[in-house]
Every structure is written in C-alpha cells, then in structure tokens.
Design a protein. Structure first.
Length: 413
C-alpha cells in the first residue's frame, strides 16, 4: 500500500532513505533547508569504508585518555568549556567501549557495514554516478615502526575475521604504491576493499536527482516546524505546509533539535571535524591517513582535501581549526602541498551515539514517526544500508539484517 512519507534532512542518510522509500512505491517528499548534500555529507573524506567493521571506541587505556586530556597529539581536540555538559554522554561512551559491550557492538556493526558496497553500487549505477567512484582502497600510514607493527598485527587479524582484503606495506612498498609521497613513513596498511568518491557532496546530489527522476519531490523547509496532527505529521515549507501519515527524522547532527522537544533523551554528541583543499603536485592517487597525527589526505576534484580527527565541542560553537593548522604542517612533510583552495576551512560535525550504533527505527512514543540518524564516522558509507533497513521496517517486512541493535527502544520507551 502506498504511504505518504516526509523525510526530513537531505544528507546522505536522508536522500538514501527517501530514495529507498520511493523505490518501494511510496509518495515521498524530502525536506531540507538547503540543497541536498551540503552539510556533513559534503565535507567528509569520501571513503565508503567497507573495512570499518569496528566503530571508533573511546580509548580504554589510561595513557591514551591522559594523552587526550593533556591535548598531546592532533587526533583529538576539545573545548574545555563544553566538557561539563558533555561529560555524562562521554562517560556512557566510555562504558559502552568496555571490551564485552564493545564486542557486541562490533558484531552488530560488522553485519551492517558488510552491505555498504553492494547498497551503494545499486545507487551509483541508477544515478549515473560511476564517474565519481574509484575502487582502489586507501592507506592507513604510520611514521614510527612500533605503532606500525602493532597496527599491522591488528589489521591482519581484523581482515582475517571479517574476510577483508588488506596488505601490509613496508616503507618501500608504500613509496611504490603511492609515488606522490616524498616524506618517508614506516609503512601502511593498504585496505583494498573500500571505495573512494571524488566529490562526496556531488554524489549525494546525484542520488537526489535520481530520487526526483524516480517521482520523488524535494522541498525547502525548516524541519523544526514539524508537528503532530490528528492523522500524522505536518511541516512548513517554502511552498506551504505539507502533511503525511509518516515522517522520518534524518537530520544527522541536528536530530536533537527535533527529538529533544519530543521528549527523547538519546545519548547524542558530535565529533566536529575540519577540512580544506590544497593544490598538490604531484597529486596522491589514494587517500592516506597519517594515523599518528590524526589527519587524512584525500585526493578530490577540488584538490587534496585534508580532513581532521575529532573535536569535542558544542555543535554550533565557533570554529577553532587548530587541528587543521597542524595538519597542514604534517601533510607538507609527506607531500608537496601547494596553496589552499578556499579562504577558510570547512567545519562539520559527525553525529555520534554513545553506544556507537546509529538510531534506526520506529519512534517509541509517536505513531508514524521514524528515526534514521547518528551514523558518526561512517554515515557516508552507511546511508544506503540503513535506508534499506528503515524502509523494510516501515513496510513491516523482515529486515535484511537484525534491526534490534539499532532500534531507538534501546534507550527506553
Ligand atoms: C571530517 C569528516 C570526515 C568524514 N569522513 C567520512 C568518510 O570518509 N566516510 C564516511 O562514511 N563518513 C565520514 N564522515 C561522517 C559522515 O560525513 C557523516 O556520518 C554523514 O555525512 C552524516 O550524514 P547525515 O545525512 O546523517 O547528516 P548531514 O549530511 O549533516 O545531513 C543532515 C541534513 O539535515 C539538514 N537540516 C538540518 N537542520 C535542518 C532543519 N532545521 N530543517 C531542514 N533541514 C535541516 C541539513 O541541511 C543537512 O542537509 C566524516 C565526517 C567528517 C566531519
């Protein structure tokens, strides 16, 4: 039976959700306050991370925690003034990262992420976006021998357990694989399964265009105007109010602006991240993570995109791009980095949940309301996979993966 459905938020997650529902014959309107794929889904490193079977855990070793607190290293930064309000959620993140609980999360997460390539592949073809994708993997590089050897052992074990293709490259092997590197590194883990996208925002935009061509509608509007009616939901748009029996909240880091007033207390927080493009000559072929310095060098259409690690801060606090400034210096030790392309760095926010699993499913206390947000470090990867899961739940079908680990009910009714 055809359902009328509003999807709020046109990032990778919302666009894929709208598309999955439209492909099932539903009447879908996608609502965003701007064009599709202009926020977090624009600014990421563009990797479809098939290898990411283990979501980012909170460090459990005290030395690692101390390193973060004392702000050594460039992978993590924080705003001291934000810490008091973030502390309860971070404490929960820490507890959820304890070995036994984390093992359960990895089991669930790996069962979801294993579908990321096949789910993207279908859409890439339908949307005519194959020109944006490269299927050559990415490099997780290390400068020092000891961390490299340790990471190589871990990666080999993860690859064995999850059927992933990873090669361990020593310094010479890395130099041969990525000739654009002029600085020497101890070695790299070469993850061969993942795909990379030359313009992440453009990919979302192509998926959105395909959604419209398939009969879907896109409207500009403010999702915070969402209200429950006697029969469903209504939202104000530039073309007037829209009503439907169902609404999906797919607002990434902005989801709490709707879920909080509705009374849901999810343990959500953001890890902010920066990027900026630079000229580089020669341009690297593959994305390279400088793991010990927390930066990714991702070759893109606009230039070499440097992306940073996690910044713990209030979502809308002013930008403090200290990690990016350091990243620039580290990157120029590895490649011939030219001038920046943009006048100022881009700032975005990874939408995180304390138990490291996105929130996908029925809103426990509001009939016709559905959630699909909290994809943290891998929303670009997982958009099509959780869209399919949610569409199957809305259609009351047996879902293609176990939906329970993602059910909003895990945080109470
Ligand atoms: C530096 C960095 C690097 C990353 N690298 C990767 C990577 O390589 N691979 C990967 O898989 N993931 C990566 N990520 C994570 C990934 O980008 C996110 O998980 C993903 O983009 C989240 O998508 P989303 O659709 O949930 O949110 P968004 O893309 O943020 O979409 C939310 C949408 O909601 C809209 N919106 C918000 N408020 C309103 C409102 N009131 N009314 C109407 N519309 C509203 C916004 O305009 C936006 O379009 C990275 C993130 C960062 C920051």
């Amino acid at each position: 039976m055809t359902k009328e459905i509003l999807v709020l938020g046109a990032g990778m997650v919302g666009v894929c959700t709208a598309l999955a529902l439209r492909q099932r014959g539903h009447a879908v309107v996608l609502v965003d306050r701007q064009a599709p794929g202009r926020e977090t889904s624009y600014g990421n490193a563009g990797i479809i991370q098939r290898e990411a079977v283990q979501p980012y855990a909170f460090p459990r070793e005290w030395m690692a925690v101390l390193r973060v607190i004392t702000r050594q290293g460039n992978d993590v930064h924080y705003h001291p003034r934000a810490l008091a309000s973030l502390l309860p959620t971070l404490a929960r993140y820490w507890r959820e990262s304890a070995p036994a609980r984390y093992a359960g999360t990895v089991t669930a997460y790996s069962a979801l992420i294993r579908h990321c390539l096949t789910e993207h592949e279908r859409l890439l073809t339908l949307a005519g976006a194959q020109d944006l994708v490269s299927r050559s993997g990415w490099l997780q590089g290390y400068r020092r021998n000891l961390p490299f050897e340790q990471a190589a052992r871990n990666a080999t074990e993860v690859a064995r357990l999850h059927g992933l293709d990873c090669r361990i490259l020593d310094s010479a092997g890395l130099a041969a694989t990525e000739p654009a590197l002029h600085g020497s590194m101890a070695g790299a883990i070469y993850w061969r399964d993942p795909w990379t996208i030359a313009d992440p925002g453009e990919l979302v935009s192509r998926y959105a265009t395909y959604f419209e061509n398939a009969g879907g509608t896109i409207r500009r509007g403010d999702a915070t105007t969402l209200k429950q009616t006697g029969t469903g939901w209504t939202v104000a748009t530039d073309d007037g109010p829209l009503t439907a029996a169902h609404a999906v909240i797919a607002l990434g880091p902005w989801a709490p602006a709707l879920t909080r007033p509705l009374g849901y207390r999810f343990p959500l927080f953001v890890k902010r991240g920066y990027h900026r493009h630079y000229a580089a000559d020669p341009m690297p072929k593959l994305p390279l993570l400088d793991a010990e310095n927390g930066l990714m060098l991702a070759p893109m259409k606009r230039g070499l995109r440097l992306t940073t690690g996690a910044e713990f801060a209030h979502h809308e606090a002013p930008a403090t791009p200290v990690q990016l400034l350091r990243a620039e210096r580290y990157a120029s030790e590895l490649v011939r980095l030219g001038e920046p392309v943009e006048a100022t760095p881009w700032l975005g926010a990874r939408p995180c949940v304390a138990d490291m699993r996105p929130i996908v499913g029925r809103a426990p206390r509001h009939p016709g309301l559905w959630f699909n947000f909290g994809h943290a470090h891998q929303g670009f990867t997982l958009g099509p996979a959780t869209a399919r899961l949610l569409a199957e739940l809305i259609d009351e079908e047996v879902p293609y993966i176990d939906a329970l680990p993602y059910d909003p009910i895990r945080f109470g009714g």
